[in-house]
Ligand binder design. Structure first.
Ligand SMILES: [Zn+2]
Length: 289
């Protein structure tokens, strides 16, 4: 997932600060990854161990070892077609900027150099998620705490796994919904409260998308909205498009629409998915070919 609203508020603030710094210096930053689900992390971990390819992570999803699963890390690339992962100087420059605002840069990892990665050291003593795990148990509980708690905000906000919301709902997912509807051309204030105006916008969106017009935002409506969720001000292409186009260039996949669907959560992942995801996590850049 790439929406910075999925990050811990402190990390989200850092992401915004970095985006502003990059904008002022004309650096084409694109945040490609923020929150990572357990399934995504486990698929990455399997690579090079129980599935073909090279090892690209030492973090097991089911152990919550990746800071991405806790919303306290994000990855980035250069937002220029064809140069997304190839410009080492760019990664070093952004790494230095990240460090200047108090982040830890993955390029400084001793054992597993990860240049497109930045994380918030405050929650990660010794670059480990052990303290988070000890204090909060699971990422979902950690997230519930920073969202202010409450049943409407506890769900991990991932495509296919967002809370179903409707008239009367409130919370973080409603805010995401309102921002996405605004991006889709149905302007709303993102107040996190699902009232008649939001209901009206949802029904208009459902009508335009030829979905069931019930005002209920379930998996199908969320899937249709996914492309509008925090596209990022500098994104000429969506990260999914960057990923799939890279994978096509590398001969990993051929069917662009199908794989875009996979990454947007509207199709079922399979073995090839792992290859696409691999590309997404810049194994090329890390020299792990
Ligand atoms: Zn990362």
């Amino acid at each position: 997932m790439r929406g910075i609203e999925l990050l811990h508020p402190k990390m989200r603030a850092k992401a915004e600060e970095l985006q502003a710094l990059c904008k002022s210096q004309d650096l084409p930053l694109l945040i490609t990854e923020t929150w990572r689900t357990m399934t995504e992390q486990d698929a990455l971990y399997a690579q090079g161990r129980t599935t073909p390819g090279n090892i690209v992570t030492k973090c097991k999803g089911s152990d919550y070892q990746s800071p991405h699963q806790w919303g306290v890390a994000f990855d980035f690339c250069k937002n220029i077609k064809g140069q997304e992962w190839s410009d080492t100087a760019f990664f070093k420059q952004i790494g230095a900027l990240g460090k200047s605002i108090g982040l830890f840069w993955g390029g400084d990892f001793k054992s597993f150099v990860d240049m497109p990665h930045l994380e918030l050291p405050e929650f990660l003593p010794a670059n480990s998620t052990a303290t988070l795990k000890k204090q909060h148990g699971t990422p979902e509980k950690f997230k519930a705490a920073w969202d202010g708690g409450g049943a409407s905000t506890t769900a991990a906000a991932t495509p296919g796994n967002r809370t179903t919301v409707k008239l009367g709902s409130s919370g973080a997912d409603v805010k995401i919904l309102q921002s996405a509807l605004t991006a889709a051309g149905y302007p709303l204030s993102a107040d996190g409260s699902f009232g008649p105006k939001t209901d009206d916008a949802v029904k208009k969106f459902q009508t335009a998308q030829k979905l069931t017009i019930d005002g209920i935002v379930g998996p199908k409506t969320w899937a249709a909205l996914e492309q509008y969720i925090n596209p990022g001000p500098l994104a000429a292409k969506t990260p999914e498009e960057v990923t799939v186009d890279n994978a096509i260039a590398d001969g990993a996949v051929t069917d662009r629409e199908h794989w875009l669907g996979v990454l947007r959560g509207t199709a079922v992942p399979n073995k090839e998915y792992i290859k696409v995801v691999l590309d997404r996590y810049h194994d090329k850049l890390a020299g792990k070919k």
